[in-house]
Design a protein around this ligand. Structure first.
Ligand code: BES
Ligand code: MN
Ligand code: ZN
Length: 504
């Protein structure tokens, strides 16, 4: 990620010398006071464009004006925000991403954003959203591409203008938080976008160790015989067809007793070919993103540690590559997972639940107040909810409520699907404790039903990020590929965490 400097200062745009300044405009609303002053200085250029309908300030629409010395800003970028009554933090995130990308594409180095026309209740949350928008919007995955000259352009500075010195502190706090969160989400995006020949289980373990060293986290890794001895039958069954050995990584931030213990589990299938139940080749390359859960947990812990959240957080990353080979698991195999439950493997393509199940069973050893797993678990969840909402299933009303609210606040929204016992029927096996796939109905629920068997009575929520972790096309503040979905949600949830009630 290119390093972009974010500054905060007091000032007003009509007096501020800069390369380009954003003028926020609403549909069918009068100009803001600062836009009015600029409009007057420019001989009514702005109001004329609006009146003639040459520029309609819909969300993410923009229009570039040169000022020819009439105001200290060399250029103004008219920036549409849609209707004023519909303004939200996410719309600020989106519009700022648009402004930052356009500035970069123009080859300019500095963008100035006046906050005062758009402050939504809190200066800190407004600045956080604006900074997230700029940094997420500028993201691109450039590790393997020799850039074209125009792709070498980089924005260097974003300047937020606040009205008075009184707001400086709050704005700076929001900026720092926004920077930390966006950096973590981009770190997660990078991992998801890495090709599967690079992002192997070994490489993700190295990345976790590296993060742990920098952030002062404890880290434990099991592979080979140690993994077998631990009883990780699911992780071994999924990884044994690959020459890249499976492993389990446990990260620990904080210490027991320092706030609630919360366990985060992230599915880390570095490539999901389907195994012997091989997938169709169309879009199989996207299955490099099947480790997004693990990448999200890593990214979130990184941000939470930097924000010094007063909790004890366990991150568990079961890592494996699902490949077909002479040593691979077969449909029909019966394996024993951690905790002793036997599983009849109906399809080797329902591999995520096997590794996440093991990790959830292991998480119980920490006696956590809450467990959350994130997994690109089912295509069925993508069918149900598309790319807009993460599927949420779990056994704790309180935890689901908190996650739903954190989803609204971070705009990484979740939608609940039922997890009634009635569905357990679907994964009953005649010859083992359960099977790893049902008859094909209620696919997202079946996956969660399977995981439920590993959590006992611990408050637990499963987040199916199959649709949200990966984007098929560019959006307002994401590119095609890994989105980093879940990082903002987890940081919102855990940085606002209050003691979890003993009963679920
Ligand atoms: N990793 C896939 C799920 C997936 C699909 C993620 C599309 C992202 C986009 C998972 O391992 C899988 O293959 N699930 C199967 C389960 C089925 C065989 C019970 C599925 O969804 O088809
Ligand atoms: Mn699969
Ligand atoms: Zn998978």
């Amino acid at each position: 990620m290119a390093k972009i400097k974010v500054r905060v200062k007091t000032g007003t745009l009509h007096k501020e010398p800069c390369e380009i300044g954003a003028v926020y405009l609403f549909e069918q609303s009068p100009l803001s006071p600062v836009a009015k002053v600029l409009d007057k200085a420019l001989g009514r250029a702005i109001s004329n464009l609006l009146k003639k309908g040459e520029f309609k300030p819909g969300l993410n629409k923009s229009y570039l004006l040169h000022t020819y010395g009439k105001v200290p800003a060399k250029r103004l970028l008219l920036l549409g925000l849609g209707k004023k009554k519909d303004l939200s933090f996410d719309k600020l995130r989106q519009a700022t991403a648009t402004a930052a990308r356009e500035t970069r594409d123009l080859g300019l180095k500095g963008l100035t954003l006046p906050l005062y026309p758009i402050v939504l209740n809190y200066v800190s949350k407004t600045s956080q959203s604006v900074v997230e928008g700029a940094l997420l919007g500028l993201y691109r995955f450039e590790r393997f591409k020799h850039p074209e000259p125009e792709e070498k352009r980089e924005l260097e500075t974003v300047t937020l203008l606040v009205e008075g010195a009184r707001q400086l502190g709050e704005a700076k706090r929001g900026v720092r938080r926004g920077e930390t969160i966006a950096e973590a989400a981009c770190f997660t995006r990078d991992l998801v976008n890495l090709p599967p020949n690079e992002a192997t289980p070994d490489m993700l373990t190295r990345t976790a160790r590296d993060a742990a060293r920098r952030l002062g986290l404890k880290v434990k890794v099991w592979k080979g015989d140690a993994l077998k001895k631990l009883g990780m039958g699911g992780i071994i069954a999924v990884g044994k067809g690959s020459s890249n050995p499976p492993q389990l990584v446990a990260l620990e931030y904080g210490t027991r007793g320092r706030g609630d213990t919360v366990a985060l589990v992230g599915k880390g299938v570095t490539f999901d070919s389907g195994g012997i139940s091989i997938k169709p080749s169309r879009d199989m390359d996207k299955m490099k993103g099947d480790m997004a859960g693990a990448a999200t947990v890593l990214g979130a812990i990184r941000a939470l540690a930097r924000l010094k959240v007063p909790l004890h957080i366990i991150g568990l990353l079961p890592l494996a590559e699902n490949m077909p080979s002479g040593t691979a698991s077969r449909p029909g195999d019966i394996i024993t997972c951690l905790g002793g439950k036997t599983v009849e493997i109906i399809t080797t393509d329902a591999e995520g639940r096997l590794i996440v199940g093991d990790a959830l069973a292991y998480a119980r050893r920490y006696k956590p107040r809450a467990m959350i797993d994130l997994a690109t678990l089912t295509g069925a969840c993508v069918v149900a909810l598309g790319n807009t909402a993460t599927g949420m299933l779990g056994n704790s009303e309180e935890l689901k409520k908190r996650i739903k609210e954190a989803g609204e606040a971070s705009w990484e929204r979740v939608w609940e699907l039922p997890l009634w016992d009635d569905y357990d029927e679907l994964i009953k096996s005649d010859i083992a404790d359960m099977k790893n796939a049902g008859p094909g109905v209620a696919g997202a629920i079946t996956g969660a039903c399977f995981l439920k068997k590993f959590v006992e009575d611990y408050p637990w929520v499963h987040l199916d990020i199959a649709g949200t972790a990966w984007a098929d096309k560019n959006g307002p503040y994401w590119r095609e590929g890994g989105t980093g979905a879940g990082v903002r949600l987890l940081v919102e949830l855990l940085s606002g965490w209050s003691k979890f009630p003993a009963k679920k």
